[in-house]
Design a protein around this ligand. Structure first.
Ligand SMILES: Cc1cc2nc3c(=O)[nH]c(=O)nc-3n(C[C@H](O)[C@H](O)[C@H](O)COP(=O)(O)OP(=O)(O)OC[C@H]3O[C@@H](n4cnc5c(N)ncnc54)[C@H](O)[C@@H]3O)c2cc1C
Length: 285
């Protein structure tokens, strides 16, 4: 059992890890990429300590190197599921499974959306971002899962307990998992329906019936994790108290994911502050 798993290797997650490590704790940090600053060609000019502007991605790499130099375990992987079991958490990534007394969500602000006509119209009215939250409502309907990798496979595992009438749509990507349901690889061009979702149209001109669609592309965002665990979310940000704890004991959140100033300095500050509160939380256990 780990004491602390941090999800996110951006400024918030790495800052928290550094302060926790220096306080004698042993956090494990899991991140799938360089976060908000990935592939951004403009340089960062407003963060303290750089005489010359620095590429955002280089700044993030420096942070990761600093953490590694301090002996912090950094894992490059996508977290695909987070569950609460009694007084601890189960964290599942593509390659690993962990149990931890606390989890810190430092996953930034990305949100799963699809720029396909009909997505916004039917989101929450047939299109869902969470199989374990909404799967039950579609137990006797035709359902579709959109995705091609481990996150899709995870959502499919949840859904197949409830319903067997499932088609997987990879939306033009190659299928990366073995699945025992029909698979459509053609790109989706439109979600169909008048008041309610009725189906999916694909680039090759086919139309498929579907009353429930579950989007599981890439890796889940923290809002997806949070919704599944029952964390309070307001205006697309996780709600935390003054100790950065969500309404789930032991589940903390920092950086862009909790809103406020979406800036590196603020994310680093959150990381520093949460470390004290996690120490106090663990001592109280
Ligand atoms: C284009 C752009 C330019 C910007 N320029 C500036 C600037 O000049 N100055 C400034 O101060 N701020 C700037 N910002 C804002 C700044 O990038 C963010 O405020 C900061 O990166 C937030 O840090 P964070 O750690 O909260 O999130 P992020 O840096 O976004 O890091 C999120 C981390 O979570 C990981 N993650 C997410 N989901 C999962 C999952 N399921 N499994 C595993 N890992 C996951 C990601 O891989 C990443 O490591 C810019 C933002 C953008 C988008």
């Amino acid at each position: 059992m780990k004491d602390i798993i941090i999800i996110g290797v951006g400024p918030a997650g790495i800052s928290a890890a550094i302060y926790l490590k220096r306080a004698g704790l042993d956090p494990v940090v899991i991140g799938k990429d360089y976060g908000a600053l990935s592939d951004y060609p403009e340089k960062v000019e407003n963060y303290y300590g750089f005489g010359e502007p620095i590429l955002g991605e280089d700044l993030i790499k420096e942070g990761i190197n600093q953490a590694k130099r301090l002996g912090i375990e950094i894992i490059r992987d996508s977290v695909i599921a987070l569950d609460q079991i009694d007084d601890h958490f189960k964290v599942k990534s593509v390659e690993h499974k962990f149990q931890s007394k606390t989890v810190v969500l430092a996953t930034g602000k990305k949100r799963q959306t699809l720029s396909i006509p009909g997505f916004n119209k039917f989101k929450g009215k047939g299109i869902s971002l969470c199989a374990s939250c909404d799967g039950y409502f579609f137990r006797r309907k035709k359902i579709a899962v959109i995705g091609c990798g481990p996150y899709m496979a995870h959502e499919l595992d949840v859904l197949k307990e409830i319903n067997q009438d499932i088609t997987v749509f990879t939306h033009g990507s190659p299928l990366l998992e073995l699945v025992s349901f029909p698979v459509v690889t053609s790109k989706i061009t439109r979600f169909l329906g008048t008041d309610k979702l009725e189906g999916i149209e694909t680039e090759d001109g086919n139309i498929y019936q579907a009353q429930g669609i579950f989007v599981a592309i890439g890796a889940p965002s923290s809002i997806d994790f949070a919704t599944k665990l029952g964390v309070v979310v307001e205006k697309n940000s996780l709600v935390v108290d003054h100790t950065y704890q969500t309404n789930i004991p032991g589940l903390f959140a920092i950086g862009d994911v909790i809103g406020g100033k979406l800036q590196i300095a603020k994310a680093v500050y959150d990381g520093m502050m949460v470390s004290d509160h996690i120490k106090t939380y663990l001592k109280s256990k």
